[in-house]
Design a protein around this ligand. Structure first.
Ligand SMILES: [Fe+2]
Ligand SMILES: [Fe+2]
Length: 243
């Protein structure tokens, strides 16, 4: 099965449109989304409608989605993020709230685990970036591979049969059947790894081939709409630098 995996769209319609088109033309058979559909940017309604039109097999609940439906306290968010959630709540229609309310913190498809933040204490929204934390998180899921989002920086971490863990340098490779993997699929709507290009992952569960894809999109329009909506200029400006 060829999966298209994406996360942290954050209501960035320009980026999601490019990613949806690219996944379709690459022949993706099933779509999996790791959450944070809304928050930060100016097109929550259109972005949710587009994601719904993909008929994703699984969508995970992100902390911004949870903030939007009131199951996570947004007083812990930064001021621009909390403002964007309050603004988003005014835009959404009942069916969008219903969609967000239907999402779960974890999903499993055979050997594939999906979470938004981390396998360990998924509801605490930890940021999983350090190798020692990733090493510990391999104990908190079963199966071959865990995909997640939340940190907005794509990477592939590999655990060998002897337990040692390392980051892979390749962004496209064939995974080893006797290893296990934790993969961050990056962010569609707000990359933070210094590359402003939008990001998604294609994974073939039969051949074990995986690729982190980066594509140009019109971040200037996304930034302009952010300012027009009265949302934060900090959020608008960071799209150009990917930081
Ligand atoms: Fe996010
Ligand atoms: Fe998140």
């Amino acid at each position: 099965m060829k999966y298209g995996l994406f996360s942290d769209v954050h209501s960035n319609l320009e980026a999601m449109t490019v990613v949806a088109e690219a996944m379709k033309s690459e022949g993706v058979q099933d779509y999996l989304c790791m959450g944070d559909l809304v928050g930060y940017y100016a097109n929550p309604v259109e972005t949710l409608d587009l994601i719904e039109s993909l008929h994703c097999w699984k969508i995970i609940l992100g902390n911004h989605d949870a903030g939007c439906i009131g199951t996570t306290d947004i007083s812990r968010f930064s001021a621009p993020a909390a403002d964007a959630i309050r603004w988003t709540q005014k835009q959404l229609k009942p069916q969008h709230f219903d969609l967000l309310k239907s999402l779960r913190l974890r999903e499993e498809i055979g050997e594939i685990q999906l979470v938004h933040s981390s396998p360990f204490q998924s509801e605490e929204w930890h940021y999983l970036t350090k190798l020692e934390d990733i090493e510990r998180n391999f104990r908190y899921f079963q199966g071959f591979i865990c995909f997640f989002g939340h940190v907005h920086k794509p990477f592939i971490a590999e655990q060998k049969i002897d337990g040692t863990v390392r980051f892979l340098e390749e962004i496209e490779t064939t995974l080893q059947k006797d290893c296990r993997y934790i993969v961050n699929v990056g962010s569609v709507g707000q990359p933070r790894d210094g590359n402003p290009q939008t990001c998604y992952v294609v994974y073939d569960s039969d051949t074990k081939h995986i690729a982190i894809r980066r594509l140009d999109y019109d971040y200037e329009t996304a930034a302009k709409k952010t300012l027009q909506a009265g949302l934060s200029d900090y959020l608008a400006n960071r799209l150009a630098t990917g930081k």
